[in-house]
Design a protein around this ligand. Structure first.
Ligand SMILES: Nc1ncnc2c1ncn2[C@@H]1O[C@H](COP(=O)(O)OP(=O)(O)OP(=O)(O)O)[C@@H](O)[C@H]1O
Length: 316
């Protein structure tokens, strides 16, 4: 894949900005990169961003799940070769290509070992500008991605430990969209703007309760799911208001409490009354004894707090 269109990465949330900061730091270095994140969280977009920031000419994106055991080694090298064009046996550009390996854990162990070899050779090349020998002609920067926990796979013997350490010198860890609540509407707005451009029609608008639902939803498919959702809403509700009733059932019926607990119940359980007393005492302490303020901290009215303090004989 050769891609010349500039990529725009949207997001202000702290975790995403941190991932972007790391990406910017390593973009111009010629080190291999490992991008970690759930499905649809933007791993390939980061690979494209890294590629654009480099001096390399071509980007090839390969899904490792499509590699078959017997062909994976040769395929890996044929992709690397494609990125390193030669003229009369000479590599004519010192920095030529980026090879993006999507879901690198899907490579079998032999191909993983070959990838390690390829990375080491690419490193040698990047420090020596003109290479005339065929066996040294690979000049490729590897960007690999994974949505799995590589450390666990290494422990289980399913992923080459040397390759793991080689790849994850500086990993880029992308947050889930559910950890980027404030970015949901920024991204939705971005997708609507793209759709307006593409279809030359006005975008719909979300009502405030609908926005609340979108922010609450856990987006298991991350940004890809949000992008698909925006396209669906755009096509169905052009120039209209989108209310909660118009949202797909999985978003409409999602309740935050079902998946994200405010408080994790210890295995040994709790005594609810002891917990309640403790929380009331903390609220009173934090508000310097001010009962109205303490009640606000607990989401209660002052009268309800006074009633409960009396019930538990807590000295006022
Ligand atoms: N920060 C971002 N700003 C705007 N669009 C984004 C951003 N991140 C990802 N996208 C868009 O979201 C979609 C999914 O992103 P991408 O393909 O990069 O995710 P991925 O993690 O590589 O997915 P997969 O796990 O399926 O390989 C794409 O359409 C991409 O353009």
């Amino acid at each position: 894949m050769t891609n010349r269109e500039k990529i725009k990465l949207i997001g202000n949330s702290t975790k995403f900005q941190e991932a972007l900061r790391v990406t910017d730091l390593i973009a111009k270095l010629d080190v291999p990169v490992l991008v970690l994140g759930e499905t649809g969280s933007g791993k390939e977009s980061i690979a494209r961003y890294l590629h654009e920031a480099s001096k390399r000419n071509h980007l090839i994106s390969v899904n490792c799940a499509a590699f078959f055991a017997e062909t994976s080694e040769s395929l890996l090298f044929s992709y690397a070769n494609k990125l390193t064009p030669e003229q009369n046996g000479f590599v004519f550009q010192a920095h030529t290509g980026t090879l993006y390996l999507q879901e690198v854990t899907h490579l079998n162990l032999e191909a993983q070992a070959q990838l390690l070899y390829l990375i080491d050779n690419a490193q040698v090349l990047s420090t020596q500008q003109f290479k005339s020998f065929k066996k040294q002609k690979l000049d490729v920067r590897i960007v690999a991605s994974s949505s799995e926990n590589l450390r666990d796979l290494v422990a289980e013997g399913k992923f080459n430990a040397d390759l793991y350490y080689r790849l994850c010198t500086i990993p880029v860890e992308l947050p889930k969209l559910s950890e980027r609540e404030d970015d949901v509407m920024l991204l939705a707005d971005h997708f609507f703007k793209q759709l307006v451009k593409q279809h030359r029609r006005p975008a719909p608008e979300f009502s405030t309760p609908a926005i609340h639902k979108l922010k609450q939803y856990n987006w298991p498919g991350n940004i890809q799911e949000l992008s698909n959702f925006c396209e669906r809403m755009f096509l169905l509700f052009q120039n209209k208001n989108i209310e909660v009733t118009n949202l797909p059932a999985e978003i409409r019926h999602y309740t935050e409490l079902s998946s994200k607990s405010i408080f994790t119940l210890p295995e040994s359980g709790v005594e609810l009354e002891v917990l309640e007393v403790d929380l009331m005492q903390q609220a009173l302490r934090n508000s310097g004894g001010n009962k109205s303020q303490a009640a606000r901290l607990l989401g209660l009215t002052r009268d309800t707090l006074l009633y409960r303090l009396k019930k538990y004989s807590i000295n006022l």
